[in-house]
Write a protein that binds this ligand. Structure first.
Ligand code: AHG
Ligand code: MN
Ligand code: MN
Length: 385
């Protein structure tokens, strides 16, 4: 159940407001003005829900449940470097369990925050081989949740950004409980998707098909506040992002495409700057704000590349399309690929429309051999180990 208590608390705190450890005293009138301008994620999703008179509020509540899980994960990611100092003795999580690896912890938090609400019929996580059923002693709901609990988890040890990616499908199976069918739907059937980025600050970005909205966590008051309304990919791109270290594995089309991005191949336009963090979520987030293209292409030895269709590519594809960009596997839209397996991998080119369209053009012209190798995976005739 959502209530207005957090907003009320927020309002009270405004009178004696702590920001960046500086105590700011406002008179009540100023506090009212400031509170009026501040939109919490709770208020935002409720306002959006009001635009749909038939909405029951279930989707709204799921998004709020995820925001709460994100705050718990953020609290732990900011202490990641302390684990070795504090050791396991200090390492009890909210469920009273001993400290775990952060990605297992994040996975547990999301599953446990969502398995008993009666809003979901099933879940699927990058960390689990099979779907996560809703325990029989809890009610089953109308949505299926897919998530990558911690994206870019190799960044934990080096204090770099990481993220959580999630998406929601409507239940389509006939029985009371959710099945694989509810989870394995194409991206064009998504009803909501979002991500949380744990960086210098924690941000939550989501879409329910009405634009993309970003919120920044104010750790002082524990609330996600609207900071990036209606995010749009800028027309003029600034960056390309790819693991250049794997160039020797690239197909001829991808090699030429990257040279084109550098302004070396073709008409010789201004080169784009290169940025690669190694956490998809951070790379896509930056390009969403500044314009550009992120790619993790297929290779001859690994025709579908590395990234996962169901936990990474579908959600980000939906978000970036809602922001005016596009996501492709080099053949066509990510959102139109019929999934055949929970852990199916897919090449990904995502960002500004013209940049992604140009990648497809190079692949059409130079990469027929790769296309022939990849299509059986795309069609579900072959599966990667
Ligand atoms: P995850 O941590 O969820 O397994 O994802 C890691 C992914 C993705 O976030 C990132 O873009 C990519 O792996 C980096 O891979 P390379 O190191 O091969 O470039
Ligand atoms: Mn990932
Ligand atoms: Mn992960």
């Amino acid at each position: 159940m959502l209530c207005n208590l957090p907003n009320l608390a927020l309002l009270c705190m405004m009178v004696n407001f702590t920001y960046n450890q500086i105590n700011i005293r406002l008179n009540e009138e100023d506090a009212m003005v400031l509170a009026h301008r501040i939109t919490t994620i709770e208020r935002h999703i409720l306002d959006k829900q009001k635009q749909f008179p038939t909405a029951t509020g279930v989707l709204t509540n799921i998004l709020y449940d995820i925001a709460l899980a994100a705050k718990i994960i953020a609290r732990e990611t900011t202490r990641a470097g302390l684990v070795n100092i504090l050791g396991a003795t200090d390492g009890h999580n909210v469920f009273g369990e001993q400290q775990q690896k952060l990605d297992v912890f994040a996975d547990d938090v999301i599953a446990k925050m969502n398995d008993h609400t009666g809003r979901l019929c099933a879940m699927a996580s990058e960390e689990h081989d099979d779907i996560i059923p809703i325990p029989l002693h809890f009610d089953s709901g109308r949505y299926a949740l897919l998530y990558d609990p911690l994206d870019g988890s190799s960044n934990i040890d080096v204090n770099m950004p990481m993220g959580t990616i999630f998406s929601l499908h409507r239940k389509i199976s006939k029985g009371e409980r959710g099945t694989l069918e509810d989870v394995l739907q194409p991206g064009n059937k998504l009803v909501a998707a979002g991500y949380i980025i744990y960086g210098p600050s924690t941000m939550m970005v989501y879409t329910t098909g009405q634009g993309v909205h970003g919120f920044t966590l104010d750790p002082g008051i524990g609330e996600f506040l609207l900071s990036h309304p209606d995010m749009r990919v800028p027309q003029k791109p600034k960056y390309y992002s790819v693991n250049q270290g794997y160039e020797k594995f690239w197909t001829p089309g991808v090699r030429r495409y990257v040279k084109w991005l550098q302004g070396i191949h073709g008409e010789g336009h201004e080169p784009l700057a290169q940025r690669y963090i190694g956490a998809l979520i951070a790379d896509v987030h930056r390009n969403l704000l500044h314009g550009g293209v992120f790619m993790y292409p297929g290779e001859m030895k690994r025709p579908s590349g590395k990234l996962r269709l169901m936990y990474e590519a579908q959600a980000l594809g939906f978000i970036v399309e809602q922001a005016g960009g596009v996501a492709s596997d080099g053949i066509g839209s990510i959102l139109d690929i019929p999934p055949s397996g929970l852990h199916q991998r897919v090449p990904l080119f995502i960002g500004n429309r013209e940049l992604v369209a140009t990648a497809e053009k190079f692949i059409r012209e130079y990469d027929q051999e790769w296309v022939d190798a990849y299509m059986p995976y795309r069609n579900g005739e072959l599966a990667h180990a």
